[in-house]
Design a protein around this ligand. Sequence first.
Ligand SMILES: C[S@@+](CC[C@H](N)C(=O)[O-])C[C@H]1O[C@@H](n2cnc3c(N)ncnc32)[C@H](O)[C@@H]1O
Length: 461
Amino acid sequence: MVVKGPGSGTLRKTHRGRRPPTRPEGEKPGLAARRTAARLLGAVVDAHTPLDALTDGEHGHPHFLALAPRDRALVRAILASALRHRRTIETLLQGYLERPLPAGAHALSHILHVGAAQILFLDVPDSAAVDLAVSHAAADPRAARFSRLVNAVLRRLARDRQKTLPRALAQTCDAPDWLAERLTAVYGAVQARAIMEAHRREPPVDFTVKTDPSLWAERLGGRVLANGSVRVERLPAPVPDLPGYAEGQWWVQDAAASLPARLLGDVTGRAVADLCAAPGGKTAQLALAGAQVTALDQSASRLARLNANLQRLGLAATLVESDLRRWRPERPFDAVLLDAPCSSTGTIRRHPDVAWTKTPEDIATMAQVQEQLLESALLLVRPGGPLVFSNCSLDPAEGEALVEALLARRQDVTLDPIQPGELPGAEDFIAPQGWLRTTPAGGGALADVDGFFAVRLRRLR
Ligand SMILES: C[S@@+](CC[C@H](N)C(=O)[O-])C[C@H]1O[C@@H](n2cnc3c(N)ncnc32)[C@H](O)[C@@H]1O
Protein backbone atom coordinates (compact mmCIF):
# COMPACT_ATOMS: atom_id res chain seq x y z
CA MET A 1 0.00 0.00 0.00
CA VAL A 2 1.29 3.40 -0.84
CA VAL A 3 0.47 6.28 1.47
CA LYS A 4 1.72 9.80 1.80
CA GLY A 5 3.13 11.36 4.89
CA PRO A 6 1.81 14.21 7.00
CA GLY A 7 0.50 17.15 5.12
CA SER A 8 0.35 15.42 1.73
CA GLY A 9 -3.44 15.20 1.80
CA THR A 10 -3.61 12.02 -0.26
CA LEU A 11 -4.78 9.46 2.30
CA ARG A 12 -8.28 8.22 1.80
CA LYS A 13 -10.96 8.77 4.34
CA THR A 14 -11.92 5.45 5.95
CA HIS A 15 -13.84 6.42 9.06
CA ARG A 16 -16.58 8.89 9.54
CA GLY A 17 -18.13 10.79 12.34
CA ARG A 18 -15.40 11.39 14.93
CA ARG A 19 -13.80 14.80 15.19
CA PRO A 20 -10.03 14.69 15.15
CA PRO A 21 -8.53 15.66 18.52
CA THR A 22 -6.68 18.91 18.68
CA ARG A 23 -2.92 18.43 18.63
CA PRO A 24 -1.15 19.24 21.94
CA GLU A 25 0.59 22.60 21.72
CA GLY A 26 4.00 22.32 20.07
CA GLU A 27 3.60 18.67 19.05
CA LYS A 28 4.81 17.87 15.58
CA PRO A 29 2.17 16.96 13.00
CA GLY A 30 2.19 13.20 12.45
CA LEU A 31 3.78 12.34 15.81
CA ALA A 32 0.54 11.08 17.36
CA ALA A 33 0.09 8.67 14.44
CA ARG A 34 3.63 7.27 14.88
CA ARG A 35 3.19 6.99 18.65
CA THR A 36 -0.06 5.13 18.14
CA ALA A 37 1.49 2.85 15.51
CA ALA A 38 4.31 1.92 17.93
CA ARG A 39 1.87 1.38 20.77
CA LEU A 40 -0.36 -0.88 18.68
CA LEU A 41 2.64 -2.76 17.32
CA GLY A 42 3.55 -3.51 20.92
CA ALA A 43 0.02 -4.67 21.68
CA VAL A 44 0.21 -7.10 18.74
CA VAL A 45 3.70 -8.56 19.17
CA ASP A 46 4.05 -8.35 22.97
CA ALA A 47 0.47 -8.91 24.15
CA HIS A 48 -0.80 -10.91 21.14
CA THR A 49 -3.82 -8.65 20.67
CA PRO A 50 -5.49 -9.03 17.25
CA LEU A 51 -4.95 -5.97 15.07
CA ASP A 52 -8.59 -5.87 13.91
CA ALA A 53 -9.69 -5.32 17.51
CA LEU A 54 -7.17 -2.51 17.99
CA THR A 55 -8.08 -0.70 14.79
CA ASP A 56 -11.84 -1.26 14.83
CA GLY A 57 -13.55 2.02 13.87
CA GLU A 58 -16.05 1.72 16.76
CA HIS A 59 -14.38 -0.25 19.54
CA GLY A 60 -10.69 0.09 18.70
CA HIS A 61 -7.83 1.26 20.93
CA PRO A 62 -8.61 4.73 22.38
CA HIS A 63 -5.40 6.20 20.98
CA PHE A 64 -6.36 4.93 17.53
CA LEU A 65 -9.91 6.27 17.82
CA ALA A 66 -8.54 9.66 18.87
CA LEU A 67 -6.80 10.06 15.50
CA ALA A 68 -8.17 11.83 12.46
CA PRO A 69 -9.28 9.50 9.62
CA ARG A 70 -6.18 10.26 7.56
CA ASP A 71 -3.88 9.37 10.45
CA ARG A 72 -5.83 6.17 11.15
CA ALA A 73 -5.21 5.10 7.56
CA LEU A 74 -1.52 5.90 7.99
CA VAL A 75 -1.35 3.86 11.22
CA ARG A 76 -3.00 0.92 9.46
CA ALA A 77 -0.53 1.17 6.58
CA ILE A 78 2.49 1.39 8.88
CA LEU A 79 1.33 -1.61 10.90
CA ALA A 80 0.55 -3.71 7.83
CA SER A 81 4.06 -3.11 6.48
CA ALA A 82 5.75 -3.50 9.86
CA LEU A 83 4.04 -6.86 10.44
CA ARG A 84 4.30 -8.18 6.86
CA HIS A 85 8.04 -7.53 6.91
CA ARG A 86 8.82 -7.86 10.59
CA ARG A 87 11.75 -10.25 10.19
CA THR A 88 13.23 -8.31 7.25
CA ILE A 89 13.07 -5.08 9.26
CA GLU A 90 14.59 -6.82 12.28
CA THR A 91 17.46 -8.19 10.18
CA LEU A 92 18.24 -4.82 8.62
CA LEU A 93 18.09 -2.97 11.94
CA GLN A 94 20.40 -5.51 13.58
CA GLY A 95 22.99 -4.73 10.91
CA TYR A 96 23.31 -1.20 12.32
CA LEU A 97 23.40 -2.07 15.99
CA GLU A 98 26.74 -2.83 17.57
CA ARG A 99 25.04 -5.00 20.12
CA PRO A 100 21.46 -6.27 20.46
CA LEU A 101 18.95 -3.88 22.02
CA PRO A 102 18.72 -4.34 25.79
CA ALA A 103 16.26 -7.03 26.83
CA GLY A 104 12.97 -5.37 27.57
CA ALA A 105 13.65 -2.38 25.33
CA HIS A 106 10.28 -2.95 23.72
CA ALA A 107 9.36 0.70 23.35
CA LEU A 108 12.62 1.47 21.55
CA SER A 109 12.26 -1.57 19.31
CA HIS A 110 8.72 -0.55 18.28
CA ILE A 111 9.83 3.01 17.52
CA LEU A 112 12.60 1.68 15.27
CA HIS A 113 10.27 -0.77 13.52
CA VAL A 114 7.66 1.92 12.87
CA GLY A 115 10.33 4.23 11.45
CA ALA A 116 11.86 1.46 9.35
CA ALA A 117 8.48 0.35 7.94
CA GLN A 118 7.92 3.88 6.60
CA ILE A 119 11.42 4.22 5.18
CA LEU A 120 11.47 0.81 3.51
CA PHE A 121 7.90 0.25 2.39
CA LEU A 122 5.80 3.42 2.45
CA ASP A 123 5.82 6.56 0.40
CA VAL A 124 6.70 8.72 3.40
CA PRO A 125 9.68 11.11 3.03
CA ASP A 126 12.70 9.63 4.81
CA SER A 127 13.33 12.89 6.62
CA ALA A 128 9.81 12.86 8.10
CA ALA A 129 10.06 9.20 9.15
CA VAL A 130 13.44 9.73 10.85
CA ASP A 131 12.60 13.05 12.43
CA LEU A 132 9.33 11.80 13.92
CA ALA A 133 10.97 8.61 15.23
CA VAL A 134 13.67 10.70 16.95
CA SER A 135 11.08 13.05 18.47
CA HIS A 136 9.04 10.07 19.58
CA ALA A 137 12.05 8.43 21.26
CA ALA A 138 13.10 11.70 22.91
CA ALA A 139 9.64 12.16 24.42
CA ASP A 140 9.39 8.60 25.76
CA PRO A 141 11.19 8.13 29.09
CA ARG A 142 11.82 4.45 28.22
CA ALA A 143 13.61 5.36 24.98
CA ALA A 144 14.87 8.93 25.47
CA ARG A 145 18.50 7.97 26.08
CA PHE A 146 18.51 6.13 22.73
CA SER A 147 17.22 9.00 20.59
CA ARG A 148 20.64 9.58 18.97
CA LEU A 149 20.87 5.89 18.19
CA VAL A 150 17.41 6.03 16.56
CA ASN A 151 18.60 8.92 14.44
CA ALA A 152 21.82 7.20 13.36
CA VAL A 153 20.25 3.81 12.62
CA LEU A 154 17.29 5.11 10.62
CA ARG A 155 19.42 7.54 8.61
CA ARG A 156 21.78 4.75 7.63
CA LEU A 157 18.86 2.47 6.84
CA ALA A 158 17.44 5.11 4.48
CA ARG A 159 20.84 5.73 2.89
CA ASP A 160 21.55 2.04 2.20
CA ARG A 161 18.12 0.65 1.44
CA GLN A 162 18.51 0.37 -2.37
CA LYS A 163 21.33 -2.06 -1.79
CA THR A 164 20.37 -3.77 1.45
CA LEU A 165 16.60 -4.23 1.12
CA PRO A 166 16.56 -6.57 -1.92
CA ARG A 167 19.24 -8.72 -0.29
CA ALA A 168 17.43 -8.87 3.03
CA LEU A 169 14.14 -9.75 1.32
CA ALA A 170 15.83 -12.58 -0.58
CA GLN A 171 17.55 -13.98 2.50
CA THR A 172 14.81 -13.60 5.10
CA CYS A 173 11.55 -15.41 5.76
CA ASP A 174 8.99 -13.00 7.12
CA ALA A 175 7.52 -15.34 9.71
CA PRO A 176 8.31 -16.31 13.29
CA ASP A 177 10.65 -19.31 13.44
CA TRP A 178 7.99 -21.77 14.58
CA LEU A 179 5.71 -20.89 11.64
CA ALA A 180 8.50 -20.97 9.05
CA GLU A 181 9.61 -24.37 10.37
CA ARG A 182 6.07 -25.72 10.46
CA LEU A 183 5.27 -24.57 6.90
CA THR A 184 8.55 -26.04 5.65
CA ALA A 185 7.89 -29.38 7.36
CA VAL A 186 4.38 -29.58 5.89
CA TYR A 187 4.78 -28.10 2.40
CA GLY A 188 8.50 -28.50 1.69
CA ALA A 189 11.06 -25.70 1.41
CA VAL A 190 10.05 -24.37 -2.03
CA GLN A 191 6.32 -24.24 -1.42
CA ALA A 192 6.74 -22.88 2.11
CA ARG A 193 8.94 -20.11 0.77
CA ALA A 194 6.31 -19.28 -1.88
CA ILE A 195 3.59 -19.14 0.80
CA MET A 196 5.69 -16.79 2.95
CA GLU A 197 6.41 -14.63 -0.13
CA ALA A 198 2.65 -14.37 -0.71
CA HIS A 199 2.23 -13.28 2.92
CA ARG A 200 4.40 -10.25 2.17
CA ARG A 201 2.03 -8.92 -0.48
CA GLU A 202 -1.22 -7.06 -0.03
CA PRO A 203 -3.81 -9.43 -1.51
CA PRO A 204 -6.47 -8.56 -4.08
CA VAL A 205 -10.09 -8.26 -2.95
CA ASP A 206 -12.58 -10.89 -4.15
CA PHE A 207 -16.32 -10.41 -4.33
CA THR A 208 -19.11 -12.97 -4.48
CA VAL A 209 -21.84 -11.46 -6.63
CA LYS A 210 -25.53 -12.27 -6.59
CA THR A 211 -25.90 -12.18 -10.37
CA ASP A 212 -23.96 -11.35 -13.53
CA PRO A 213 -20.26 -11.51 -12.58
CA SER A 214 -19.21 -9.91 -15.90
CA LEU A 215 -21.34 -6.84 -15.27
CA TRP A 216 -19.98 -6.43 -11.74
CA ALA A 217 -16.43 -7.04 -12.87
CA GLU A 218 -16.85 -4.13 -15.24
CA ARG A 219 -18.49 -1.86 -12.67
CA LEU A 220 -15.96 -2.66 -9.96
CA GLY A 221 -12.96 -2.51 -12.26
CA GLY A 222 -12.06 -6.18 -11.82
CA ARG A 223 -12.20 -9.49 -13.64
CA VAL A 224 -14.19 -12.70 -13.30
CA LEU A 225 -12.28 -15.65 -11.84
CA ALA A 226 -12.73 -19.26 -12.93
CA ASN A 227 -15.00 -19.95 -9.93
CA GLY A 228 -17.28 -16.97 -10.68
CA SER A 229 -15.85 -14.59 -8.05
CA VAL A 230 -14.98 -11.06 -9.15
CA ARG A 231 -11.43 -9.96 -8.34
CA VAL A 232 -10.29 -6.36 -7.92
CA GLU A 233 -6.54 -5.94 -7.51
CA ARG A 234 -6.67 -2.55 -5.74
CA LEU A 235 -9.88 -1.07 -4.41
CA PRO A 236 -10.53 2.42 -5.76
CA ALA A 237 -12.59 3.38 -2.67
CA PRO A 238 -13.62 1.97 0.71
CA VAL A 239 -15.95 -1.04 0.34
CA PRO A 240 -19.16 0.77 1.45
CA ASP A 241 -18.55 3.43 -1.22
CA LEU A 242 -18.28 0.96 -4.11
CA PRO A 243 -21.11 0.58 -6.66
CA GLY A 244 -23.58 -2.13 -5.68
CA TYR A 245 -22.79 -2.13 -1.95
CA ALA A 246 -25.87 -0.23 -0.78
CA GLU A 247 -28.05 -2.23 -3.20
CA GLY A 248 -26.72 -5.50 -1.72
CA GLN A 249 -25.45 -6.84 -5.03
CA TRP A 250 -22.33 -8.52 -3.67
CA TRP A 251 -20.24 -9.24 -0.60
CA VAL A 252 -16.50 -9.42 -0.03
CA GLN A 253 -15.37 -13.04 0.17
CA ASP A 254 -12.02 -14.52 -0.75
CA ALA A 255 -12.38 -16.87 -3.73
CA ALA A 256 -11.11 -19.79 -1.60
CA ALA A 257 -13.66 -19.04 1.13
CA SER A 258 -16.43 -19.34 -1.48
CA LEU A 259 -15.55 -22.97 -2.29
CA PRO A 260 -16.70 -24.96 0.82
CA ALA A 261 -20.40 -24.02 0.53
CA ARG A 262 -20.43 -25.26 -3.08
CA LEU A 263 -19.45 -28.73 -1.91
CA LEU A 264 -22.96 -29.22 -0.52
CA GLY A 265 -24.21 -29.46 -4.13
CA ASP A 266 -27.72 -28.40 -5.10
CA VAL A 267 -29.29 -27.06 -1.90
CA THR A 268 -32.50 -25.65 -3.41
CA GLY A 269 -35.28 -26.05 -0.86
CA ARG A 270 -33.06 -28.07 1.48
CA ALA A 271 -32.76 -27.52 5.22
CA VAL A 272 -29.12 -26.55 5.67
CA ALA A 273 -27.33 -25.74 8.94
CA ASP A 274 -24.48 -23.24 8.64
CA LEU A 275 -22.57 -23.77 11.87
CA CYS A 276 -20.12 -21.17 13.16
CA ALA A 277 -21.71 -18.90 10.60
CA ALA A 278 -20.79 -15.31 11.44
CA PRO A 279 -20.18 -12.91 9.76
CA GLY A 280 -22.13 -14.89 7.21
CA GLY A 281 -20.31 -15.11 3.88
CA LYS A 282 -21.28 -18.76 3.53
CA THR A 283 -24.78 -18.22 4.94
CA ALA A 284 -25.34 -15.69 2.14
CA GLN A 285 -24.09 -18.15 -0.48
CA LEU A 286 -26.42 -20.89 0.77
CA ALA A 287 -29.44 -18.58 1.07
CA LEU A 288 -28.76 -17.24 -2.42
CA ALA A 289 -28.62 -20.81 -3.71
CA GLY A 290 -32.17 -21.38 -2.41
CA ALA A 291 -31.51 -23.27 0.83
CA GLN A 292 -33.57 -22.89 4.01
CA VAL A 293 -30.62 -21.85 6.11
CA THR A 294 -30.25 -22.02 9.88
CA ALA A 295 -27.18 -20.00 10.79
CA LEU A 296 -25.69 -20.70 14.22
CA ASP A 297 -22.97 -18.84 16.07
CA GLN A 298 -22.13 -18.48 19.74
CA SER A 299 -21.22 -14.80 19.50
CA ALA A 300 -24.15 -12.37 19.80
CA SER A 301 -22.15 -9.47 18.37
CA ARG A 302 -20.97 -11.49 15.40
CA LEU A 303 -24.52 -12.74 14.79
CA ALA A 304 -25.69 -9.11 14.77
CA ARG A 305 -23.14 -8.46 12.04
CA LEU A 306 -24.38 -11.51 10.13
CA ASN A 307 -27.93 -10.21 10.43
CA ALA A 308 -26.93 -6.77 9.12
CA ASN A 309 -25.07 -8.39 6.23
CA LEU A 310 -28.08 -10.52 5.28
CA GLN A 311 -30.36 -7.50 5.47
CA ARG A 312 -28.14 -5.50 3.16
CA LEU A 313 -28.09 -8.42 0.73
CA GLY A 314 -31.85 -8.98 0.94
CA LEU A 315 -31.32 -12.61 1.98
CA ALA A 316 -32.93 -14.57 4.82
CA ALA A 317 -31.88 -17.21 7.34
CA THR A 318 -32.98 -18.40 10.76
CA LEU A 319 -30.42 -17.23 13.29
CA VAL A 320 -29.47 -19.21 16.39
CA GLU A 321 -27.17 -17.94 19.15
CA SER A 322 -25.70 -20.99 20.83
CA ASP A 323 -22.56 -22.95 21.53
CA LEU A 324 -22.68 -25.64 18.87
CA ARG A 325 -21.54 -28.22 21.40
CA ARG A 326 -24.75 -27.73 23.37
CA TRP A 327 -27.30 -27.15 20.61
CA ARG A 328 -29.91 -29.87 20.06
CA PRO A 329 -32.40 -28.98 17.28
CA GLU A 330 -35.64 -30.94 16.88
CA ARG A 331 -34.81 -32.41 13.48
CA PRO A 332 -31.62 -33.28 11.63
CA PHE A 333 -30.66 -31.20 8.60
CA ASP A 334 -30.41 -32.30 4.97
CA ALA A 335 -26.94 -30.81 4.80
CA VAL A 336 -24.48 -29.19 7.22
CA LEU A 337 -21.60 -26.78 6.78
CA LEU A 338 -19.15 -26.39 9.67
CA ASP A 339 -16.71 -23.56 8.97
CA ALA A 340 -14.86 -23.94 12.23
CA PRO A 341 -12.87 -21.36 14.20
CA CYS A 342 -9.15 -21.93 13.63
CA SER A 343 -5.68 -20.42 13.91
CA SER A 344 -6.42 -18.43 10.71
CA THR A 345 -2.91 -18.91 9.31
CA GLY A 346 -4.46 -19.10 5.83
CA THR A 347 -5.42 -15.42 6.08
CA ILE A 348 -2.01 -13.96 7.00
CA ARG A 349 -1.98 -12.00 3.72
CA ARG A 350 -5.01 -10.04 4.97
CA HIS A 351 -4.21 -10.24 8.67
CA PRO A 352 -0.43 -10.07 8.99
CA ASP A 353 -0.76 -9.86 12.79
CA VAL A 354 -1.87 -13.52 12.85
CA ALA A 355 1.72 -14.64 12.26
CA TRP A 356 2.76 -12.77 15.42
CA THR A 357 -0.23 -13.29 17.68
CA LYS A 358 -0.69 -17.04 17.22
CA THR A 359 1.50 -19.76 18.71
CA PRO A 360 1.93 -23.51 18.11
CA GLU A 361 -0.12 -24.03 21.27
CA ASP A 362 -3.00 -22.13 19.65
CA ILE A 363 -2.98 -24.60 16.77
CA ALA A 364 -3.13 -27.56 19.13
CA THR A 365 -5.93 -25.92 21.14
CA MET A 366 -7.95 -25.06 18.03
CA ALA A 367 -7.56 -28.60 16.69
CA GLN A 368 -9.10 -29.93 19.92
CA VAL A 369 -11.99 -27.49 19.70
CA GLN A 370 -12.53 -28.40 16.05
CA GLU A 371 -12.68 -32.09 16.91
CA GLN A 372 -15.45 -31.38 19.44
CA LEU A 373 -17.32 -29.15 16.99
CA LEU A 374 -17.06 -31.74 14.24
CA GLU A 375 -18.46 -34.46 16.51
CA SER A 376 -21.34 -32.12 17.44
CA ALA A 377 -21.99 -31.23 13.80
CA LEU A 378 -22.17 -34.91 12.84
CA LEU A 379 -25.15 -35.30 15.19
CA LEU A 380 -27.04 -32.68 13.18
CA VAL A 381 -26.94 -34.10 9.67
CA ARG A 382 -29.39 -36.76 8.53
CA PRO A 383 -27.84 -40.13 7.63
CA GLY A 384 -26.54 -39.92 4.06
CA GLY A 385 -26.57 -36.13 4.05
CA PRO A 386 -23.37 -34.21 3.34
CA LEU A 387 -21.37 -32.45 6.03
CA VAL A 388 -18.68 -30.07 4.83
CA PHE A 389 -15.98 -29.22 7.34
CA SER A 390 -13.74 -26.27 6.51
CA ASN A 391 -11.46 -23.66 7.99
CA CYS A 392 -8.84 -21.10 6.99
CA SER A 393 -5.79 -22.69 8.59
CA LEU A 394 -2.72 -23.80 6.65
CA ASP A 395 -1.92 -26.37 9.30
CA PRO A 396 -2.86 -30.03 8.73
CA ALA A 397 -3.44 -30.46 12.48
CA GLU A 398 -6.60 -28.41 11.89
CA GLY A 399 -7.47 -30.12 8.60
CA GLU A 400 -6.01 -33.23 7.02
CA ALA A 401 -4.81 -34.90 10.24
CA LEU A 402 -8.03 -34.08 12.05
CA VAL A 403 -10.12 -35.73 9.34
CA GLU A 404 -7.86 -38.77 9.08
CA ALA A 405 -8.20 -39.30 12.84
CA LEU A 406 -11.99 -38.92 12.62
CA LEU A 407 -12.27 -41.46 9.80
CA ALA A 408 -10.06 -43.91 11.72
CA ARG A 409 -12.21 -43.47 14.83
CA ARG A 410 -15.70 -43.45 13.30
CA GLN A 411 -16.73 -46.37 11.12
CA ASP A 412 -20.09 -44.67 10.49
CA VAL A 413 -18.53 -41.67 8.74
CA THR A 414 -17.11 -41.71 5.24
CA LEU A 415 -15.30 -39.23 3.05
CA ASP A 416 -17.11 -38.23 -0.14
CA PRO A 417 -14.27 -37.15 -2.45
CA ILE A 418 -14.55 -33.89 -4.37
CA GLN A 419 -14.84 -34.75 -8.06
CA PRO A 420 -12.82 -33.08 -10.82
CA GLY A 421 -14.98 -30.37 -12.34
CA GLU A 422 -17.00 -29.78 -9.17
CA LEU A 423 -15.05 -26.61 -8.39
CA PRO A 424 -14.13 -24.94 -11.69
CA GLY A 425 -10.67 -23.39 -11.52
CA ALA A 426 -9.76 -25.12 -8.25
CA GLU A 427 -8.69 -28.46 -9.77
CA ASP A 428 -5.08 -27.97 -8.67
CA PHE A 429 -6.22 -27.61 -5.08
CA ILE A 430 -7.99 -30.98 -4.88
CA ALA A 431 -5.73 -33.44 -3.09
CA PRO A 432 -5.53 -37.12 -4.14
CA GLN A 433 -7.47 -37.97 -0.94
CA GLY A 434 -10.43 -35.97 -2.30
CA TRP A 435 -10.30 -32.96 -0.03
CA LEU A 436 -9.58 -29.34 -0.85
CA ARG A 437 -6.34 -27.69 0.25
CA THR A 438 -5.72 -24.17 -0.98
CA THR A 439 -2.68 -22.03 -0.22
CA PRO A 440 -1.81 -18.48 -1.29
CA ALA A 441 1.08 -19.91 -3.30
CA GLY A 442 -0.49 -22.40 -5.70
CA GLY A 443 -3.60 -22.77 -7.71
CA GLY A 444 -3.50 -22.72 -11.51
CA ALA A 445 -6.59 -20.91 -12.73
CA LEU A 446 -7.56 -19.83 -9.22
CA ALA A 447 -4.29 -18.43 -7.90
CA ASP A 448 -3.65 -15.84 -5.19
CA VAL A 449 -6.25 -17.03 -2.68
CA ASP A 450 -6.31 -17.53 1.09
CA GLY A 451 -5.27 -20.84 2.63
CA PHE A 452 -8.31 -23.05 3.17
CA PHE A 453 -9.11 -26.67 3.95
CA ALA A 454 -12.45 -28.31 3.13
CA VAL A 455 -13.66 -31.89 3.14
CA ARG A 456 -17.06 -33.48 2.45
CA LEU A 457 -18.12 -36.21 4.85
CA ARG A 458 -21.23 -38.37 5.05
CA ARG A 459 -22.77 -40.12 8.01
CA LEU A 460 -23.71 -43.62 6.93
CA ARG A 461 -26.30 -44.26 9.66
C1 LIG B 1 -14.17 -18.70 10.94
S1 LIG B 1 -15.45 -17.88 11.69
C2 LIG B 1 -16.78 -18.32 10.63
C3 LIG B 1 -16.83 -17.57 9.34
C4 LIG B 1 -18.16 -17.76 8.63
N1 LIG B 1 -18.47 -19.16 8.41
C5 LIG B 1 -18.25 -17.04 7.32
O1 LIG B 1 -18.12 -17.65 6.26
O2 LIG B 1 -18.46 -15.82 7.33
C6 LIG B 1 -15.76 -18.89 13.10
C7 LIG B 1 -17.00 -18.54 13.90
O3 LIG B 1 -17.19 -19.59 14.85
C8 LIG B 1 -17.85 -19.06 15.98
N2 LIG B 1 -17.70 -20.06 17.07
C9 LIG B 1 -16.55 -20.39 17.71
N3 LIG B 1 -16.79 -21.37 18.61
C10 LIG B 1 -18.11 -21.67 18.52
C11 LIG B 1 -18.95 -22.60 19.20
N4 LIG B 1 -18.49 -23.41 20.15
N5 LIG B 1 -20.26 -22.64 18.86
C12 LIG B 1 -20.74 -21.80 17.90
N6 LIG B 1 -20.00 -20.90 17.25
C13 LIG B 1 -18.69 -20.84 17.53
C14 LIG B 1 -17.17 -17.73 16.17
O4 LIG B 1 -17.99 -16.86 16.93
C15 LIG B 1 -16.95 -17.27 14.73
O5 LIG B 1 -17.98 -16.41 14.33
